[in-house]
Structures are given as C-alpha cells and as structure tokens.
Design a protein around this ligand. Structure first.
Ligand code: GLU
Length: 329
C-alpha cells in the first residue's frame, strides 16, 4: 500500500511537471499573428491566405503561426491594427494615406501615428457594376437609382463618394444609397433589390464573377473623363485603371472599361516586433515567384512595384530586409 502510494505520488508529480513544462515551452516559441482582410469574395481574403501560407511554411524556423480574418475592409483593418486587435492588414493605398494624415474617417481621431507600411500588392479598380435593365450606361445615370456605395469600414465607401462627387452627384440626395458589404451586393443585384454597386477591388474577383453569372444581365460602367482626370490631379493616390472584362464573360461589355484605382497595401503597427515583420517580408520576397502564382490579380507584380504607393513609414523589420536585399539604401 505504502509503496503503491509513493509510486502514484511520483507519477503524479511527473505528470504535473510534464504537463506544466511542455505547453509553455511550445507557447514561448510560437507567435500568433492575424491578418485582417476583407469579404471572402474579394481579393484581400485570398491575399491574406497567400501571405499566411508562405509564412506558415517556415513555422519551425520562425515560430510564427499566421491566421487570416475576413473583415469589413480597409478602414476596419487600420482601426483594428491600431487597437491591437490585429497585427497586420490589407489596406487601400488611399486609406493608408488618409489614416497616417488624419483625414476622412480619421478626421476626428487624428493621424494614426503608429501605422506602418510593409509592402504594396495588387492594383485595385474602383468598379461600378449595374443591371442592364436599370438603364445605367454612364455614371451620371445612377441618379435616382438604388446603389450600394460600400459598408462603413470598407475602402470603397470613400472611393464611390469621390467618384459621385466628381460628377456632381450628391450621394445623400441624388441616389438611394445602400451601405452593405460587397459580399452581399451581387446577390442583392441579382434579386433586383439594388440597381448597381461600387466595389474597389483587384480583378478577377469572386464578387463580380457572382454578379455577372446570374439571370439578370449586368454591365460594368466607365468612371472616366475630365472629371476623373481632375480627381486624380487633386488626389495623387488615385491613378487611371480599368476593368478587364474578359475576366467576366457574363457581363455584356465588349471591351475593357476605363475607371480609376488605387493599390492594395500590407500594413502593420509600430508595436509589432521587428523580427515578425522581417520574417513575413523576407518570406514573401524570397518566394516571390511562388507568391505571384497564388492569385491572378498578382500577374502584374514586380518586386519594385511592391515598394510603390506606401505613405506610412516603412516598418523597421521590413526595412531591414529591403536593405539586406539591396532594394533600399
Ligand atoms: N478594397 C476593399 C476595401 O478596402 C476590399 C477589397 C478586397 O477585399 O479585395 O474594403
């Protein structure tokens, strides 16, 4: 009996020691990070997935475990990173600029001083998609129509307001504006509950495949002309862009549709440790050809283009890699 009790006690102590030491040893080594993206039918969500995949491949080397979260988009991502709820996020270049300078959604909160740039990614086009039966052939035709301009927290909400404003259309008075998520807009369009929607996104993307594949015929509407030239002059974070309609055979358009656009960028906070940002930057750039294959919207990427369109200070962890790689001095 006595001997049995001693053996039991020794085993129990051993168990407690093992249970106590193993998990903490693993936890001490693993850094958990989350990337904020956008709706699952956009390009941000697979972009977060592509970055996470490349970084998680080296989990043993860096001890980083990266996960991806679907969110409301750029503005939400900036705010969640600043609040410490997310470590990284994909954010439109115009939104990065506005956040760092305390403009638009950040007018009251002021400059988001801790926001840091890591790299930029694919181009995004401000895309207007309308039902053919709504007779919207030019952006001016949206007057009086039900138009989704983007959910609060999205990047596109600012772009659709700018586009409408450039043509003298008051979004509060001249249209019936909806503010739902881009992932819901294609369904609403097909159900006849909206006439058109704006989405600032890379192409091709699931949302427009869905919008153009239904029974209700749709077209992409051009957002170009002297009005947009003036807008680009006023806000240099905008550039000319187009919608590649061959990616959406269901749309009635026969040639590419002119519009304007921005760039998707990858951002973080000054509070995220250098070694974590360094690891992500290094893995994306050292596996550049593999990364490019992960989404057709990356076809145009070059390493140099991924350093353009950044307005926040580059995070020191990313800078360390760019210097090592001779990409920056
Ligand atoms: N540009 C959109 C935004 O900032 C998201 C696009 C996407 O998810 O690909 O909200």
């Amino acid at each position: 009996m006595k001997r049995g009790a001693i053996i039991c006690a020794v085993m129990a102590i051993g168990f407690v020691l093992c249970a106590g030491s193993f998990p903490s040893a693993v936890q001490a080594k693993t850094t958990f990070i989350t990337i904020g993206t956008g709706g699952i039918t956009g390009v941000y969500y697979p972009t977060g997935g592509a970055i996470a995949k490349i970084v998680n491949n080296k989990r043993k080397e860096y001890g980083i475990r990266c996960t991806v979260e679907s969110t409301g988009g750029s503005v939400f991502n900036v705010n969640a990173i600043m609040a410490g709820d997310l470590e990284f996020g994909v954010v439109q270049s115009d939104r990065q600029y506005q956040a760092i300078n305390g403009m638009k959604e950040w007018k009251d909160a002021g400059p988001q001083k801790d926001l840091r740039a890591v790299f930029s990614i694919h181009p995004e086009s401000v895309t207007l998609c309308a039902a053919v039966d709504a007779e919207i052939k030019t952006i001016r035709d949206v007057k009086g129509k039900i138009v989704n301009i983007g959910n609060p927290g999205s990047g596109q909400l600012g772009n659709s307001k700018d586009a409408l404003d450039a043509f003298g259309i008051d979004w509060e008075k001249d249209i019936k504006a909806e503010q739902v998520k881009a992932s819901e807009a294609p369904g609403l369009l097909q159900d006849g509950r909206i006439d058109a929607f704006f989405y600032t996104v890379g192409h091709p993307t699931g949302a427009f495949k869905e919008a153009t594949a239904g029974r209700r015929k749709v077209r992409f509407v051009s957002i170009a002309g002297p009005e947009i030239d003036a807008l680009i002059k006023k806000f240099p974070y905008y550039a000319k862009s187009y919608v590649p309609v061959d990616q959406y055979p269901g749309a009635v358009n026969e040639s590419n549709v002119d519009t304007f656009g921005v760039k998707a960028t990858f951002v973080t906070s000054a509070k995220v440790p250098d070694n974590v940002v360094y690891a992500i930057t290094k893995e994306v750039f050292e596996n550049f050809e593999d990364f490019k294959k992960l989404h057709p919207a990356y076809a145009v990427l070059t390493k140099e283009s991924m350093l353009e369109g950044l307005s926040a200070e580059i995070h020191p962890g990313a800078m360390k890699y760019y210097k090592e790689a001779g990409m920056m001095k």
